[in-house]
Write a protein that binds this ligand. Structure first.
Ligand code: GLA
Length: 367
């Protein structure tokens, strides 16, 4: 029997840059998913502590993805892909148990798939290296589940480091921990889960990704990562479509903000990153157009209550807002969000603080 834990994530900055081969700066959370793999008797049996029904399949394949509950595809997808690629996977029992809220944009799916892939590699003695583990977790989400995501979530769930954000180059998948010394600066990352329902989020995410790929094609570059801030005006002048121009402006300026923030953190200047966070939010709101009234309201309330910077985190269309807040202002900032939500007639938000934790790790078995 083998047991692994993998965390959810918050992205400090760098949104919709990952599938453009760009840069992101996420960190791993305390909440996550634990996957336990043990020998089975007949076929593959998958159970989630959070779901009423287990899923049992007789060693089926990728073509059967539509037949099983969506959550189980993150587990079965790994088994299907391993089998497709030549591993003889024996009968297994997989049990998963997660405390990452779903639908909040904290990557419950990365926690699930990363804990499962790590536990399978360990249990079956596959000996996959870090790059192969990451590639498999991303393939499960893209090919077995069918979500066209960019890989940031899995990378940080696997490689996150306590006390650090992870600077990820999403072209090479090289990663480097960068210190985020919150306590040393008297700051907290305050998270406001707006609980706004994700409206059309799946279709809109894919549409943004296709738009970015089309813009790169028109500009003659492999991905928007290759357009620098210095080239931006010239690139924009070459595009006819206003929507594509806005997408390009967001991605190019966002990549530059990620690198700016990483530089400030490396230099021990954490309190100075606030304006970049807020600029990132404005760019998502005005150029990439992936925010909703609840997240804009939360950002404005947090900034009005003394936050040094605030932005939506994750794919968009709802989910969580993060703010860099002086410790002494934490309670007032939370109250300001609750008041603004009540005034606007929105549902009650959830507020909590988050600090970077380690990525995926083995968990001791009882006894
Ligand atoms: C989701 C995806 C990521 C990334 C973000 C936006 O979380 O899973 O790959 O694209 O959205 O930055």
């Amino acid at each position: 029997m083998t047991r692994w834990f993998a965390p959810g994530r918050i992205n400090l900055i760098g949104e919709h840059t990952d599938y453009n081969d760009g840069f992101v700066l996420p960190f791993a959370l305390e909440v996550g998913c634990t996957a336990t793999v043990s020998p089975g008797s007949d076929g593959w049996s998958v159970r989630s502590v959070q779901e009423p029904e287990p899923v049992v399949v007789r060693r089926s394949g990728l073509a059967d993805a539509d037949e099983v509950a969506e959550w189980s595809r993150y587990v079965l997808g790994a088994l299907w892909l391993l089998t497709d690629r030549g591993t003889d996977v024996p009968p297994l029992e997989v049990v998963v148990d997660s405390d990452v809220p779903t639908g909040a944009g904290l990557s419950s799916s990365a926690a699930l798939v990363c804990s499962v892939v790590r536990a399978l590699d360990d249990h079956l003695g596959l000996g996959l290296d870090d790059d192969a583990i990451f590639a498999l977790t991303r393939d499960v989400e893209n090919d077995a589940v069918g979500a066209p995501t960019g890989g940031m979530d899995q990378l940080v769930s696997l490689r996150g480091r306590a006390g650090h954000v992870l600077l990820c180059d999403m072209r090479s998948h090289e990663t480097r921990p960068v210190p985020l010394d919150l306590a040393g600066s008297g700051l907290v990352v305050l998270v406001a889960d707006t609980r706004a329902p994700h409206r059309h989020s799946d279709g809109e995410y894919g549409a943004r990704r296709r738009g970015c790929e089309e813009a790169a094609r028109q500009l003659g570059v492999p991905a928007l990562r290759h357009v620098t801030e210095a080239d931006l005006d010239a690139a924009l002048a070459r595009l006819d479509d206003d929507e594509l121009r806005r997408y390009v402006r967001h991605v190019v300026t966002e990549d530059a903000r990620v690198l700016d923030v990483a530089r400030l953190l490396d230099a021990g200047r954490l309190p100075e990153i606030g304006p970049a966070l807020t600029a990132s939010h404005r760019s998502m709101r005005d150029d990439f157009r992936i925010t909703v009234p609840e997240v804009d309201t939360a950002v404005d309330a947090l900034l009005g209550a003394g936050a040094l910077g605030a932005r939506m985190t994750g794919g968009g269309f709802g989910g969580c807002v993060i703010a860099l807040v002086p410790e002494r202002d934490e309670a007032a900032a939370g109250d300001a969000v609750r008041r603004a939500f009540a005034d606007a007639g929105f549902g009650e938000p959830a507020l909590f603080t988050a600090a970077p934790q380690d990525g995926a790790r083995v968990v001791g078995l009882p006894g």
